[in-house]
Design a protein around this ligand. Structure first.
Ligand SMILES: Cc1ncc(C[n+]2csc(CCOP(=O)(O)OP(=O)(O)O)c2C)c(N)n1
Ligand SMILES: [Mg+2]
Length: 302
């Protein structure tokens, strides 16, 4: 979680200073979801991600220095610097890609799950999508087919309350995304997406079920993005400061820290500080690595 936080807060602003104008979506506030889910996955398992996908990449094991090179448009990026934030794929880590198409992760993950089932690979695929993505047509086709064929896939909705500036209460026909699970004859699990341990436990149920042949599940993690939809918009034009403060007080890193320290000797404050410093150092090194990586040659453009 702390690596994701530093990647977004310390690393990403560097892209603007290097003349990269591509759109970037910060996942700060949402770190507990990819962290809690991907802790159940190995490199052989698959995830499909979103436009807000840096956290998914890091939680799935993609190296931050390679991601930073991609953001800087350098050849050491996983897509040789031609993709940017919304096209980070690393097949060696089972990372099928961040994705500029809302709900575009979903058919990719379902396809990977079908491959796993046909070839008896024992692998699980997770599709991450937002509350806005939950209303895309392709998602409903995928949930239906995955249920019919009992595919090893977990549909993980990161409900951060908004699709761009549209509140989820306005755009969703049911109270919660998870209410749709019975329509596809699959379990629906609603979880506090600001609590990494709760996400870990809930995701464990869904992943275990998928891996053991039980079929798909829908996991909805209620979370919040601290910043605007992209780095360009001001969220206070469509939500209140009180609301933002409420969610920031439930910060996933702080919640985890407080919980662990309250457990007594599970982990000390100093050890957590040490992890934080190491994560920041990793991101500093990622920025240096990306700076040292060359731009692609003009003849490589095609
Ligand atoms: C198919 C498609 N429709 C519309 C867009 C424009 N768009 C980009 S992000 C977004 C909102 C997505 O909201 P949500 O799924 O809740 O994800 P969040 O941004 O909250 O993480 C929209 C409408 C797009 N990229 N792709
Ligand atoms: Mg959203």
């Amino acid at each position: 979680m702390t690596t994701i936080r530093h990647f977004e807060e310390r690393g990403v602003p560097e892209t603007g200073q290097r003349g990269m104008s591509a759109s970037v979506h910060s996942s700060v506030g949402q770190e507990a979801v990819p962290t809690g889910v991907c802790a159940h996955l190995s490199d052989d398992d698959y995830i499909g991600s979103t436009h807000r996908g840096h956290g998914h990449c890091i939680a799935k094991g993609v190296e931050p220095k390679l991601m930073m090179a991609e953001l800087f448009g350098r050849i050491d990026g996983p897509n040789k610097g031609k993709g940017g934030s919304m096209h980070i794929a690393d097949m060696s880590k089972g990372m099928l890609g961040t994705n500029g198409i809302v709900a575009g992760s979903v058919p990719l993950a379902v396809g990977a799950a079908l491959t796993s089932k046909i070839r008896k690979l024992g692998r699980v695929a997770v599709a991450f999508f937002g509350d806005g993505g939950a209303n895309q047509g392709v998602l409903h086709e995928c949930m239906n087919l995955a249920s019919v064929w009992k595919l090893p896939v977990v549909f993980c909705c990161e409900n951060n309350g908004y699709a761009e500036s549209t509140p989820v209460e306005y755009g969703l026909s049911v109270a919660n995304v998870v209410d749709r699970a019975p329509g596809y004859d699959m379990p629906g699990i609603y979880v506090d997406g600001m609590d990494v341990l709760a996400v870990y436990e809930a995701a464990g149920q869904a992943v275990d079920r998928a891996r053991s042949g039980g079929g798909p599940a829908l996991l909805e993690a209620r979370t919040y993005r601290y910043y605007g939809h992209t780095v360009f918009d001001d969220p206070l034009t469509y939500r209140t400061k009180e609301e933002q403060d409420h969610w920031r007080a439930r910060d996933p890193l702080l919640t985890f820290r407080n919980h662990m320290i309250a457990q007594g000797n599970a982990i000390t404050s100093e050890e957590l500080d040490q992890m934080d410093a190491e994560a920041l150092q990793l991101i500093e090194e990622a920025v240096s690595f990306a700076d040292a990586s060359p731009l692609p040659e003009p003849h490589e453009i095609l």
